[in-house]
Ligand binder design. Structure first.
Ligand code: P6P
Length: 327
């Protein structure tokens, strides 16, 4: 087993020094979050905080703790101009006069936190954009298309603590080594098989789905004698990081489409710190990421908490689903 560390791997990819340092700081924040998550009930921080986030969701104690860790560790990096967090309404400007070359980091500090109380996998998702010019701090200034991302990734707090990243040269997976504290390269050049027989969707929303989604799932469930001519399996972790990690590891397709229950909000998952980073990772691993009618990373943001339909994974299966929308 090679012992390549995150830094050594980023050096081998000739990542820009400031970006490499930022990725190391994000990895440090994820290690600290993992430590808090792994103490679980013992630390007395499971359960709900007495607060709601901007999404109107009751915050878990660990949501708040994880966001604070990210702010303290990553926000201390002098090249970070702004932090955009799922847990915080306003943009967290770290500089009064952001310069060209500074970074904006969008993040969901603890995605899937409803799984914490039942000890299932959760994660941290991040997206990095680099400013090409000096800007004036404003809410609009962080509304940047996903195609501008220079890096993205997630930490997954599962049986082991993993870190999956891209700096635009493919996707690589690392595993936290408790002894050294390092993230060691364990899955180089992750690649999503183009075809799959496994879909991930919250099937309890069947009655809310638009016709294309319902038709697609109906046809998959008709199995080998149906129009798809093969049997499908279903998985749903209620943790995007866990579902996407499975897809990056063995293929599959993940759907959280806009439906009649969430259409007023534009969908469930957030564009800037869930759909865009996962979209970049999936595309860098030769998969596809779509709203059903277009590429996720081409969506022009109108707000840093906006929501969007998400269909991503094995590229040929995503194309099949886009075909249902096109009918
Ligand atoms: P549902 C977690 O709250 C999350 O944002 C994603 O991680 C996950 O895929 C989805 O929502 C789960 O949604 O409707 O199954 O609770």
């Amino acid at each position: 087993m090679t012992q390549t560390t995150l830094r050594q791997h980023l050096q081998s990819q000739k990542a820009d020094t400031d970006l490499m340092i930022l990725m190391e700081d994000i990895a440090t924040a994820c290690r600290m979050i993992a430590d808090r998550v792994r103490h679980g009930a013992i630390a007395g921080v499971l359960g709900a905080a007495e607060t709601e986030n901007v999404q109107g969701e009751t915050q878990k104690e660990l949501d708040v703790i994880s966001d604070e860790i990210f702010q303290e560790v990553v926000g201390a990096n002098p090249t970070v101009a702004a932090l955009v967090s799922e847990e915080v309404d306003e943009v967290n400007w770290r500089k009064e006069a952001p310069q060209a070359g500074d970074f904006i980091v969008y993040y969901d500090p603890l995605d899937g936190s409803s799984n914490l109380d039942v000890n299932l996998s959760v994660g941290t998702i991040f997206s990095i954009v680099r400013l090409e010019n000096a800007i004036e701090p404003s809410a609009e200034a962080v509304q940047i298309k996903g195609t501008a991302q220079i890096a993205a990734g997630y930490a997954i707090y599962g049986p082991s603590t993993g870190l999956v990243i891209t700096v635009g040269q493919g996707v690589d997976g690392f595993t936290h080594h408790p002894g050294s504290g390092e993230f060691l390269l364990t899955s180089g050049a992750m690649s999503i098989p183009p075809q799959t027989q496994e879909f991930a969707i919250n099937a309890s929303r069947y009655d809310l789905w638009d016709a294309p989604v319902r038709s697609y799932i109906d046809d998959c469930l008709r199995g080998a004698d149906g129009p798809r001519g093969k049997k499908f399996n279903m998985r749903w972790c209620a943790s995007m990081v866990a579902d996407v990690h499975r897809i990056l590891t063995r293929g599959g397709v993940f759907l959280y489409p806009k439906d009649s229950g969430n259409a007023g909000q534009g969908g469930k998952l957030r564009l800037m710190y869930e759909a865009n980073p996962m979209g970049m990772l999936v595309e860098q691993a030769r998969g596809a990421s779509s709203t059903g009618t277009g590429r996720i990373m081409e969506v022009v943001p109108t707000g840093h908490h906006q929501r969007v339909s998400v269909i991503l994974g094995s590229r040929e299966e995503v194309a099949v689903i886009e075909g249902y929308y096109a009918k």
